[in-house]
Design a protein. Structure first.
Lengths: 222, 339
């Protein structure tokens, strides 16, 4: 489980952000001692830091610069300063991504996932498995023994996401967000169609009812 | 300085001179003075009079003419004092001094107003950053507690966010200061961000977001462009027709010297009589009056921002059929050479 440190001085945001991340299988740690922030970060050594610019004692940008002298922990700047200049500065100080408040929680989760995937080498593996089924996301194929089935781009995106969140309910909204984030601007009907095609293909390869629909909540890969 | 007007202004001097001359001649006559003496002294008198009248005219003419013509020629006429040579006659010196004092007090006033405006803008920016914190918290809460808050809450929060952003960008682009950063931006990335930001509303309105091949690089500020596109898309959603297949179609045309980004919808369109005014401040038009949700600021701010960034924004529409907004980016040859 990845450890994410939240550096943010508004307690309400901290709590809700922590809840959101914990709901999505991340461990969260809130920075307590803003005066000795760098020391605390290095001690905790998180996998990723969500850093606000407006924090007490020291600005987020300065903290980032100090941190970069010591460590390469991935940092996503999360801030209400939304000018291109602020973003360019943060990136030049070594931030891995920059998100402005108020953010869409699904997008935030996607960005966190993307940064972690980019920076953690053990996640470079293109082949995922589901039971005896092998999923090659580069070729876009699912394979079980001799049988091979090709997936379309949308089906691949959906399957990969479901696979990464196996045994958890995934909302339609989350699926929509990941599709749109891949420049596939589908509508509600198209999502339903894509899901049922994916289901059919999984049935074809021998996994009937692998994806369950939870009314009003979303889908779950069992 | 016109001679006629000057003479008219000095008519009373002429009158006094005339009366004096007549009396002088009468006095000479009553003393039976020789005629040639009368004539020569009167001639001297006339010459003196004209000298007294015209020498000041030519002295003043240079200064006043320069003043008037420079005021006409300058687009900022309050700067005229800087262009004048200091006059050498008393009256001119008085005017020059008065202008100097007026200018100084005016400058102080303008500076005070500018400081005031800057303070106000800083406050607005700070306020917006502050208000975004509870707004973010609300977005997170509504997301974390879906059982208590349905989609409607989320959409209302999104609306709130849009209004807050309008104020921010209004404050930014009304101000003389440069608040943007022009970089080379991939258009497809901007279009994706705008899509993601407005995805919930687009889906809720059952509108298809159709994006053609939009891979092109333009020079702009991506945050500003995202806001501009956001305003256009908001309008498309606000003024959609109740038909089966509503869409917002985004495409790019690349020409030799420019790149045109086109956002087209099949909404209710804009009446021809309103079309010219859609970029005007606070203009709501027929559509705005009918939906009652229009502030008339979105497109005005978008236009202003385009002007600042050096893009051209145009709108084309057939009432009841479609609206098409195009943003033209110039290709920068200098930049290409640098690469």
């Amino acid at each position: 489980m990845y450890k994410i440190m939240i550096i943010e001085d508004d307690k309400n945001i901290c709590d809700e952000l922590a809840r959101l991340l914990e709901n999505h299988n991340y461990q969260t740690i809130l920075l307590k001692d803003f005066e000795n922030a760098l020391h605390e970060i290095l001690e905790v050594s998180p996998d990723l830091i969500l850093l606000d610019i407006n924090i007490p004692y020291i600005s987020g940008e300065v903290l980032l610069q100090d941190l970069r002298k010591e460590s390469n922990i991935p940092v996503i700047m999360v801030t209400s300063m939304n000018s291109e200049i602020d973003e360019a500065l943060s990136i030049s100080y070594g931030a891995d991504d920059y998100i402005t408040k108020p953010y869409n929680p699904n997008i935030l989760l996607l960005r966190i996932g993307a940064v972690l995937k980019r920076t953690k080498t053990n996640y470079q593996n293109h082949e995922l498995t589901y039971k005896e089924l092998k999923f090659d996301s580069q070729k876009g194929m699912i394979k079980k023994g001799e049988i091979e089935i090709e997936l379309t781009k949308n089906e691949m995106i959906l399957f990969a996401y479901l696979l990464n969140h196996q045994n958890k309910i995934v909302s339609r909204e989350e699926l929509m967000t990941i599709l749109w984030d891949n420049s596939e601007y589908v509508n509600e009907n198209a999502l339903t169609v894509n899901m049922s095609r994916l289901r059919n293909k999984l049935t074809e390869i021998g996994y009937e009812n692998a994806i369950d629909t939870r009314k009003g909540l979303g889908y779950i890969l069992l | 300085m016109k001679l006629g007007a000057y003479l008219k202004d000095h008519f009373y001097q002429f009158l006094i001179f005339l009366i004096c001359s007549i009396f002088q001649i009468l006095i000479f006559l009553s003393f039976k003075v020789n005629l040639s003496v009368i004539l020569s002294s009167t001639f001297l008198y006339v010459v003196c009079f004209f000298l007294v009248l015209f020498i000041p005219y030519f002295r003043k003419k240079k200064f006043y003419n320069e003043l008037l013509s420079n005021i006409q020629a300058l687009d900022k006429s309050y700067l005229v004092l800087e262009t004048l040579t200091k006059p050498e006659f008393y009256e001119g010196e008085l005017i020059y001094q008065a202008l100097y004092e007026i200018n100084k007090s005016m400058n102080e006033n303008v500076r005070m107003m500018e400081e005031h405006l800057q303070d106000f803008k800083e406050y607005i920016e700070m306020w917006i950053h502050e208000v975004k914190i509870p707004l973010s918290t609300l977005v997170l809460i509504s997301n974390n507690h879906k059982e208590q808050f349905d989609k409607k809450t989320k959409l209302q929060l999104k609306r709130l966010e849009n209004y807050v952003d309008q104020v921010l960008y209004y404050a930014r682009c009304e101000n003389a200061e440069k608040d943007y950063l022009i970089k080379e931006i991939e258009l497809s990335q901007v279009i994706k961000n705008v899509g993601l930001q407005n995805m919930d509303e687009i889906l809720e309105n059952k509108i298809d977001y159709i994006v053609d091949n939009v891979h092109a690089k333009v020079l702009t500020d991506s945050k500003w462009l995202e806001f501009i596109l956001g305003q256009i898309i908001h309008n498309s959603m606000k003024y959609k027709r109740s038909i089966e297949h509503s869409y917002i179609k985004i495409s790019v045309i690349e020409k030799q010297d420019k790149i045109i980004l086109i956002i087209e919808d099949n909404g209710i369109g804009i009446k021809e009589s309103d079309l010219k005014q859609v970029f005007d401040k606070s203009f709501t038009g027929e559509n705005g009056r009918n939906t009652n949700q229009s502030t008339g600021m979105g497109l005005y701010i978008a236009k202003n921002m385009c002007v600042k960034l050096g893009h051209k924004i145009e709108i084309e529409s057939v009432y009841g059929e479609y609206t098409k907004v195009s943003i033209t980016f110039a290709k920068n040859k200098y930049y290409d050479v640098l690469k």
